[in-house]
Design a protein around this ligand. Structure first.
Ligand code: HEM
Length: 425
């Protein structure tokens, strides 16, 4: 992964061993499968459980969406979707707009050079703090960002909990984060007693949900674990997409010009103080198609795992109970019978999404575990791109066109760029 040869490794494997092959990964017998039918099986079969490395369970908790199955998964997912569904999120486009403009004022305005990747991490973290917790800027948010970085540093590390290991620092950070989220839950619960309290964040939404017997639908621990899962699942993924979009537009004047035109047309209808709306986002069709095409070529989640619940027969092979099953996005994303000329960057592939065969574009997964943050990611990417292209021009500082994976894609130097503000500011 560090040498960024993951895709090549998958391809070589398929060429050598065919569509289904076995190997040992992280010390566990694993079956590697790929292609449309294999994706359908991985994403929809109830003979498979979700499977995360042990470090992830320790750091994110046992009651998070990634760990639970069946009825518990449905209940917790339904609870998160009550906030993440488009009908609700559309009310928050203005809040995102405010947070994103603030980011550009604080971190870009007046600068000649910025490094994109860490800034996009900061931006998506702040968006989440505002929308998920309604957490004010200041000391508490600063502490949270510090602990969150420590938590994610150890996420894919070897889970050895000895003093001074990366994993040990992550465990300490996750326990501080747990305490902080618990405090926020208690504060929100008491504020919810106030007559005119507005539910305007994910935690308040989860606290307000009731089951059949009018008891709260989620326990406090379930809220803590799921908020951590959402923070982790939604942070790196969106930052990577934004970072690689900025890199791509610096190298592709045709796509850049089309996005600029689309965004300038929308900006022309707004006053300088006006906030973007849900209706404005609906007009950003070409910008979103460009983002989807980028996700096809560089999926932030390049592969994933499941575990068999029982012996399974697949394609004439027996996969024993307890084995890992590994899927990889690039094997369908770069298949020329599905996406002709797969290496060509062509946003028009997404003009008619219904024409893409099912289970072939899996940047957001598919089936019952398909990414619940799709709409959230779409809003943050579109609003960020709007302010970026209408207020700045940029050039890559160096030929930072390489990236490594950890397992997320990271430009080797963080993507430093030279920026210039447009006159509008
Ligand atoms: C460009 C941005 C994003 C990409 C490419 C992405 C990709 C994915 C993928 C591929 C999966 C499914 C993994 C599997 O089935 O093994 C997933 C699941 C998930 N994503 Fe995203 N994601 C993005 C943004 C977000 C955001 C912004 C949030 C939260 C606000 C989020 C929350 C989640 C959660 C909670 C799951 C687990 C769902 C479940 O197990 O039921 N994601 N994401």
């Amino acid at each position: 992964m560090r040498a960024n040869t993951t895709e090549k490794w998958f391809e070589d494997r398929v060429n050598k061993y065919g569509p289904i092959s076995k190997l040992t990964l992280f010390g566990t017998p694993t079956v590697f499968i790929h292609g449309q039918a294999a994706n359908k099986f991985v994403f929809t079969s109830n003979t498979l459980n979700n499977q995360q490395p042990p470090s992830v369970q320790t750091l994110l908790g046992k009651r998070g969406l990634l760990e639970v199955t069946d009825e518990d998964h449905k209940r917790l997912r339904g609870a998160l979707m009550a906030f993440l569904k488009p009908e609700v999120l559309k009310q928050y486009v203005g809040n995102m707009d405010v947070e994103i403009k603030k980011h550009f004022e604080m971190h870009w305005q007046g600068k000649e050079t910025v490094t994109v990747m860490p800034l996009m991490m900061t931006l998506t973290f702040n968006i989440m703090c505002s929308l998920l917790f309604d957490l004010e800027h200041g000391e508490r948010r600063d502490k949270f960002v510090k602990w969150f970085k420590e938590l994610t540093n150890g996420m894919w590390s070897i889970p050895i909990n000895l003093p001074f290991t990366r994993f040990n620092r992550s465990i300490q950070a996750t326990s501080r984060i747990q305490n902080m989220i618990m405090d926020i839950i208690h504060e929100k619960r008491s504020r919810m007693q106030e007559a005119n309290y507005l539910h305007n964040d994910l935690i308040s939404s989860l606290l307000s949900l009731r089951g059949d017997d009018n008891a709260t639908l989620l326990s406090d621990q379930e809220i803590v674990d799921n908020v951590r899962v959402v923070m982790v699942a939604g942070h790196d993924t969106s930052s990577i997409l934004l970072t690689f979009l900025i890199r791509h537009l610096a190298n592709d004047p045709v796509v850049y010009a089309a996005i600029l035109k689309e965004q300038e047309d929308i900006a022309a209808t707004k006053s300088s103080e006006g906030l973007l709306t849900w209706e404005d986002l609906a007009k950003m069709k070409f910008t979103w198609r460009t983002a989807l095409e980028l996700l096809r070529i560089i999926p932030p989640v390049p592969a994933g795992f499941r575990r068999t619940r029982k012996d399974i027969e697949l394609g004439g092979y027996l996969i024993p109970k307890g084995w890992q099953v590994c899927w990889a996005a690039n094997m369908t994303h770069m298949n020329d019978s599905i996406f002709p000329e797969p290496s060509k960057f062509d946003p028009s592939r997404f003009e008619n999404q219904a024409s893409i065969p099912p289970y072939c574009f899996v940047a957001f997964g598919a089936g019952p575990r398909i990414c619940p943050g799709y709409e959230f990611a779409r809003i943050e990417v579109l609003v960020t791109m709007h302010y970026l292209v209408t207020r700045y021009t940029w050039k890559l500082c160096c030929n930072d066109n390489k990236f490594s994976r950890d397992p997320i894609a990271i430009p080797t130097q963080g993507l430093p760029i030279n920026i210039e503000q447009k006159n509008r500011l």
